[in-house]
Design a binder for this molecule. Structure first.
Ligand code: 13P
Length: 293
């Protein structure tokens, strides 16, 4: 049984100084390619559905794709909700079988964010589900969540400490200078802030806005305590471009399955590349044994 909560998964990753790659699927094939890449690399992986994707397909369809894929894998696979803002949607994820959920109330004042997060943690704890929460506000565009540059702000280390003492999170998304989507200019990643928050919270951190960050930056963030790295925009580009490229290279091909095959291979290669870059390759089987005892 490879369905895994992010809680033990990310504790192990943080202890062993690597990060688990988290990708946002857009359909069944992209989800399947994530598990295939993880399996090929012997690595844990996090499949994180956006709220927009859940609204498009419904909880039931997404879970019915995920369950057999994860059950037949022999590496740990988590199904996570990314940037959940709607409490009914979050509750339904927990009830149906998501192994972790993110409550993103980062647009609310600190105390309100904490109270909402406590409520979600109580639901999640009852089902062994891990929780991610955000403080500060991460800029950029993530599906239909748009945080303008002037509204984005960094996490405060005192608030980070208070937050993580008040609730036991599986992973903590503190805004540390990254942004969703491609970067316009050099990202201003606050390495000292990551280090300080990690020291004061001892909670694995999530690195949002993984697309467009260079390898050195990501490696430094992982070394300082980021145990989950999110990639979405990169996947969307490969998803579309692989289709377009196949058409350019094979102008007379009207066999849909050959397009799907080319797309699957391109996505799998991207996922394997990121999993390996973040240090997860070769860790999956042992992590699963450790979690299952
Ligand atoms: P990117 O779209 O920049 O890869 O960020 C993904 C993310 O952080 C999802 O929460």
């Amino acid at each position: 049984m490879a369905l895994t909560s992010i809680k033990p998964m990310l504790k192990i990753a943080q202890r062993d100084s690597y990060a688990v790659a988290a990708f946002n699927p857009v359909d069944y094939a992209s989800m399947k390619a994530m598990v295939a890449a993880a399996q090929e690399c012997d690595a844990p992986v996090i499949i994180q559905t956006s709220a927009k994707t859940i609204r498009y397909y419904g909880h039931e369809a997404l879970f019915s794709w995920f369950k057999p894929l994860a059950e037949n894998a022999d590496v740990p696979v988590a199904l996570h909700l990314d940037h959940g803002k709607d409490l009914d949607m979050i509750k339904k994820c927990i009830d149906i079988g998501w192994t972790s959920v993110m409550i993103d109330a980062s647009d609310k004042p600190f105390e309100e964010n904490l109270e909402i997060t406590k409520k979600v943690v109580a639901w999640a704890d009852a089902k062994g589900v891990g929780v991610e929460a955000e403080i500060g506000e991460i800029g950029g565009v993530e599906e239909d969540i748009v945080v303008a540059e002037e509204d984005a702000h960094l996490a405060d280390p005192n608030e980070a400490e208070r937050f993580c003492k008040a609730v036991e999170l599986g992973v903590f998304a503190a805004a540390i200078g990254t942004a969703h989507g491609y970067y316009h200019g050099e990202p201003d990643v606050q390495f000292d802030l990551i280090e300080e928050i990690n020291k004061r919270t001892a909670t694995p951190m999530a690195l949002h806005g993984g697309t467009g960050l260079d390898k050195e930056t990501i490696a430094r963030c992982i070394a300082l305590g980021c145990a989950k790295v999110n990639i979405s925009t990169n996947l969307k580009h490969v998803f579309i471009d692989s289709f377009v490229d196949h058409k350019k290279e094979n102008p007379t091909d009207y066999e849909p399955l050959s397009y799907l095959k080319a797309q699957f291979q391109a996505l799998k290669a991207l996922f394997a590349d990121k999993i390996t870059e973040f240090g997860g390759a070769g860790k999956g089987g042992n992590m699963l044994k450790e979690i299952e005892g």
